[in-house]
Design a protein around this ligand. Sequence first.
Ligand code: NAD
Length: 364
Amino acid sequence: PDWEKRVTKSARRSSASSLTVLVTGASGFVGTHVSLALKRRGDGVLGLDNFNRYYDPNLKRARQKLLSRAGVFVVEGDINDEKLLHKLFDVVPFTHVMHLAAQAGVRYAMQNPNSYIHSNIAGFVNLLEASKSANPQPSIVYASSSSVYGLNSKVPFSEKDRTDQPASLYAATKKAGEEIAHVYNHIYGLSITGLRFFTVYGPWGRPDMAYFFFTKDILKRKQITVFESPDGGSVARDFTYIDDIVKGCLGALDTAKKSTGVGVGVGGKKKKGNAQFRIFNLGNTSPVPVTELVDILERLLKVKVKRKVMPMPRNGDVRFTHANISKAQRELGYMPTTDLETGLNKFVRWYLDFYNPLKNKSVW
Ligand code: NAD
């Protein structure tokens, strides 16, 4: 069928040494950028996305168009669809899975808790089930989140720090994902790498994130609400530019070992070949208070911002994030190079030149 042809064409790689990657959440923010980068360097890429309506569906369709022009086909489907996943693994011999599909956002969990269980837990298990029985067994790289550090206040956050105090259901499902990944590594020998992203921003970004809706509201001359923590301290994030995150994702895929098909150390017995299990922080190591984010947007947009300062509500957000990235530097060659002002400038250009005008003309 036509569908199958497009899948195989998209996943064709340029040489034997390049990868064949299934990217879940390919029409999402990070998924689009990672898929484009893989395609650009000659890897085979197939996307999968259910195009859920959590935010502007037209933005997801516009990203899909961008991918299609670059030769990346995105299958419209859900990671919970067992039959579809088996079919995809039957048709394409994926060497890697880059798993980015998820219900993102911390505040929305108070409105729709089940969507987090559906995509971040049930969907992830379904994907791991399909991967474990695929031939070849792919290596898995998946997105976790800085939110797993929860109420931990020891900064910078390093991978060995405690992650048992999540502040939101989103964080709890991401933490569950890390533990589920461990099980599939232990029993089935899947090589699995988790990446804890720290507040990713940039062109083609997510409209539910503060830098995005601040930009929108500032341009509409609306008042901005900036939260401060109850002890008067500022709320800060380790904002990380999308191109840096993409490099980290590619580094993780390139250093991923092959899955072995057998678990590690069951009953103390050494099995042949050890499947790899890794977790890395991918952040910027340089947290910026949200008030400063607003100052930068004010300068870039050349609009005097009306601000209201409010105490931070208990809605799942944490006070600050700050990554220690030495492990990712050492093992993935990860080195972020974009400071917040430079990255926001690129976002604002995209927003003004592309997103805003198209939206106004409703040609999406
Ligand atoms: P996004 O919402 O833009 O992308 C996720 C994509 O997955 C969406 O296009 C959505 O339609 C798709 N999707 C959701 N549930 C699905 C399902 N059940 N089946 C198939 N597709 C499904 O989010 P993003 O910012 O690109 O995030 C990518 C990953 O990184 C997510 O796992 C997210 O939790 C994680 N993450 C992102 C950030 C960030 O700041 N952007 C920070 C930490 C972690």
